[in-house]
Design a protein around this ligand. Structure first.
Ligand code: PGA
Length: 258
């Protein structure tokens, strides 16, 4: 048994305006309070990652007893200065973000984020007290060509280069499973999470102490089965998180599993 923290993370991506985000958070907060869920004695964190425009709108609901936290979906690799359109780790921290998604496959694919850039973002986030939710995962071609271990090793070793603490969470998100409805099987997830823990050990971390989440078409129908897997420490949820009832149902499966 380990004491790894469990996570239920909503990634709204580029969805919901400020009013919709606020409504969602207010309802969620009310549900948590009515049901008496308070992070199960600090064993679970529910983290909502809205677009930047809504982080501060949610700030009044950040209370440690509710087990409800906020994260951003991206961060600049730079500290501050002439970088038009960017937002820094310290600015995010200032408006209530305690977590940050880094290395999501959509950022790697659409915004050409390299492993080196991701490494800079991870380091600057940790320095500014943001806990990175570091996304890794192989494409379908890489899986079919048997390049899974090579791909994950590269993403982890470059992404975590120079990081000398364990203040991060890993999200294993096979690219072929994101937004496709093709969830990875329990066998694939179990084998890959074990592989990730071994790679973490090989590059100087203690793999069994680091929370590893699964992401990729998680929904209310598969969450219960997946959270029962001993190496799965929670979920990063895109599409299904946009519907509050759907997301809350998944959260309850995690609560019940602890
Ligand atoms: P999905 O997205 O749940 O819609 O597959 C997951 C993610 O992109 O983090």
């Amino acid at each position: 048994m380990t004491n790894r923290m469990k996570y239920c993370i909503a990634n709204f991506k580029m969805n919901k305006n400020r009013i919709e985000c606020k409504e969602y958070i207010d309802n969620l907060y009310e549900n948590i309070h009515n049901d008496g869920y308070y992070g199960n004695g600090n064993k679970i964190r529910m983290i909502i990652c809205p677009p930047f425009h809504s982080l501060d709108a949610c700030q009044d609901k950040v209370t440690t007893d509710a087990g409800l936290y906020f994260g951003s979906q991206n961060v600049s690799q730079y500290e501050n200065g002439s970088y038009t359109g960017e937002i820094s780790a310290s600015m995010l921290n200032h408006i209530g973000s305690e977590y940050v998604i880094i290395g999501h496959s959509e950022r790697r694919a659409h915004f050409n984020e390299s492993n080196d850039t991701i490494n800079k973002k991870i380091k600057i986030s940790i320095e500014n007290c943001l806990l990175p939710i570091f996304c890794i995962g192989e494409t379908r071609d890489q899986r079919e060509e048997n390049l899974i271990k090579k791909t994950l090793t590269k993403q982890l070793s470059i992404g975590l280069s120079g990081v000398n603490n364990s203040n991060f969470v890993i999200a294993y998100e096979p690219v072929w499973a994101i937004g496709t409805g093709q969830t990875a099987t329990s066998e694939i997830i179990t084998a890959t999470h074990k592989m990730i823990r071994n790679i973490l050990n090989d590059i100087g971390f203690d793999g069994k102490k680091i929370s590893i989440l699964y992401g990729g078409s998680v929904n209310r129908s598969n969450a219960k089965e997946l959270i029962a897997l001993s190496d799965v420490d929670g979920f990063l949820i895109g599409g299904a998180s946009l519907d509050i009832e759907h997301f809350y149902e998944i959260y309850k499966f995690i609560e019940e599993s602890t």
